[in-house]
Design a protein around this ligand. Structure first.
Ligand code: FAD
Length: 525
């Protein structure tokens, strides 16, 4: 028997409870589905909300699977009805309701196989790389903590680790290690996937490869990832974490591009390269105070040239090392790597932290945001990939134009290498150039009326996209959100769309999966 919670009564005040307790027009879960469990008086918040805080959809039930068979059973049960859809919910950190299913079944992937953790030693077929098999519902933070007990760690991350393995693999999973290792989708050896027909299939580059590559970056459209085998590396224990300030985008970009092009590892390059834009002002959220690592590191304004504009740039780097390494050796590697870079002298900052502290750095920001109320407010975030040829124009029109006063949160921008991404996955990248940039506009505003109305921020996001379109910039949305098939078709491009549709026909012909992405409508069997 699968545990599930039937959502009889609306959770939110905004949606009043009808006199019949909410059962009215709502189709009840038919007994023939064979899913049995408890009816609750209110639908748990996780079933109807996400991190974005702007979308809400009430499912018929929230299903808590214990293993892949339960996931398969739920999908097959939905397939046997005329209308039901199924959304896998990872940790619900989507922005626009992507993990929701209006009147469908939401599967809480956090229930799935929490104990699954199997380290596979290095050797063939992945060369010398060890790997670990984990549940699709595991948080990256959990995976990291358990891997470290074995002296191992994943190679590619997201900045924030309280996201699920299945959730980020359905998108890409990008952070400062991706220039070298590619996104998280480039660091998976094998997956177990439940397709839209309820089949449980193991897939890899060699076995069921179309399902494997389709599912990676596939926005949950082709299958539910129940297990994944993630490639690992020996874990370092310390990190030298560095920030360098620039006044000109061209210099910032030239140095960042140079650093991601250095030979891999062995002290020949940094292990992490990111960057962000900040405002030339003392605002604690948007300005200079966001650069130093600790309050006693002074941001010496007299170092900035008089020609500095309204926005400034910060290159963020990290070098791994081991506790036993002599500090002078680490210093000399850093000095060599920073040699010839054109950051503002006197505006370089560094700190030494443990490897896991570095990787879990956003958890500190989470605590602060929770305390200030900006974690729970709406998050109209916008993420884009912009090609090298267009990023200068983007800087001029967006960072120095529309966003020159900041956004009330981080504005990340850093380069990535296309050759580290596998074109067989479903991830969509800009059309041209080996180098492209990720731009992440991560707004953490106070809810209205303390902060700006969310509608104004959404309008600003539209303005940014309009400017990209009008200026003919080569860009794609990352973590895309569209409302119409036409927009999706444009997003994928004609060849990509044909492949996406073909994969949908093969693996989820009734369009049961991930309805919250709003790409396909449920088809009858
Ligand atoms: P959910 O939001 O629950 O689901 C996302 C989509 O994937 C839905 O369509 C869902 O149906 C589907 N899905 C979920 N689980 C599965 C599964 N097991 N199998 C198949 N489909 C599934 N992204 C980055 O790349 N880099 C970052 O540094 C980064 N930082 C972030 C920081 C914060 C604070 C937040 C809120 C988001 C961040 N993201 C980042 C975005 C994040 O990768 C996506 O929002 C991701 O979808 C969240 O994972 P989740 O587990 O919460 O997925």
């Amino acid at each position: 028997m699968i545990a599930y919670l039937e959502c009889l009564v609306p959770e939110t005040d905004a949606e009043p409870t009808p006199p019949d307790g909410g059962k009215g027009d709502r189709p009840a879960l038919p007994d023939s589905l064979g899913i049995h469990g408890t009816s609750l008086d209110s639908c748990p918040a996780i079933a109807v909300r996400d991190f974005g805080g702007m979308a809400s959809a009430r499912p018929l039930a929230l299903v808590c699977p214990y293993g892949s068979d339960d996931v398969a059973h739920t999908v097959r049960a939905a397939a046997s009805s005329a209308h039901l859809t199924v959304a896998a919910r990872g940790n619900g950190h989507s922005i626009n309701g992507q993990a929701m299913a209006h009147m469908g079944l939401v599967i809480d992937m956090r229930c799935l196989d929490p104990g699954l953790f199997k380290v596979i030693p290095g050797g063939p077929p992945d060369g010398d790389l060890p790997s670990v098999v984990v549940s699709g519902g595991a948080l990256w933070e959990e995976v990291l903590v358990r891997c470290l007990e074995h002296g191992l760690a994943p190679q590619s991350y997201t900045d924030y680790l309280r996201l699920t393995v299945g959730g980020t693999l359905s998108n890409a999973g990008v952070s400062g290690q991706a220039f070298r290792h590619g996104p998280q989708t480039s660091n998976v050896a094998e997956m177990e996937v439940v397709t839209g027909t309820g089949e449980v299939l193991v897939c890899s580059e060699k076995e069921n490869s179309e399902l494997f590559f389709g599912t990676l970056g596939g926005l949950g459209q082709f299958g539910i990832i129940t297990k994944a085998r993630i490639l690992l590396q020996p874990a370092p224990d310390m990190v030298r974490w560095i920030r360098l300030v620039y006044t000109r985008f061209a210099q910032f970009a030239r140095d960042a591009e140079r650093l991601i092009d250095l030979p891999d590892g062995g002290g020949g390059s940094f292990d992490y390269v990111e960057g962000f834009v900040f405002v030339h002002g003392d605002d604690p959220v948007n300005g200079w105070p966001t650069v130093p690592f600790v309050p006693d590191q002074e941001f010496d304004l007299t170092r900035l040239p008089h020609t500095a504009g309204p926005v400034l740039y910060c290159l963020e780097l990290a070098l791994h090392y081991r506790t036993g390494d002599r500090p002078c050796v680490v210093d000399s590697v850093v000095k060599r790597l920073l040699g010839g870079l054109s950051y503002v002298e006197g505006l370089e900052f560094h700190t030494d932290v443990g490897y896991s502290e570095f990787l879990m750095r956003v958890s500190h920001a989470e605590q602060q945001a929770r305390a200030s109320g900006t974690w729970d407010g709406p998050h109209p975030w916008l993420n884009l990939f912009v090609s090298k040829k267009s990023i200068g124009d983007f800087d001029r029109t967006v960072f120095n134009g529309i966003l020159r006063k900041g956004i009330g949160g981080p504005m990340l921008v850093y380069p990535l290498l296309r050759s580290r991404w596998d074109g067989r996955t479903s991830v969509v990248l800009p059309d041209s150039d080996e180098i492209f940039y990720i731009v992440a506009l991560l707004r953490f505003n106070q809810p209205y009326p303390l902060g700006p109305p969310v509608e104004a921020l959404i309008a600003q996001n539209h303005e940014i996209i309009d400017v990209c379109e009008k200026n003919g910039l080569d860009y794609k949305l990352y973590l895309p959100h569209y409302e119409s098939e036409d927009e999706w078709r444009r997003h994928f491009g004609s060849r990509g769309w044909a492949r996406f549709i073909d994969r949908k026909r093969r693996f989820d012909p009734m369009a049961i999966l991930a309805p919250g992405q709003k790409i396909f409508s449920r088809r009858p069997w």
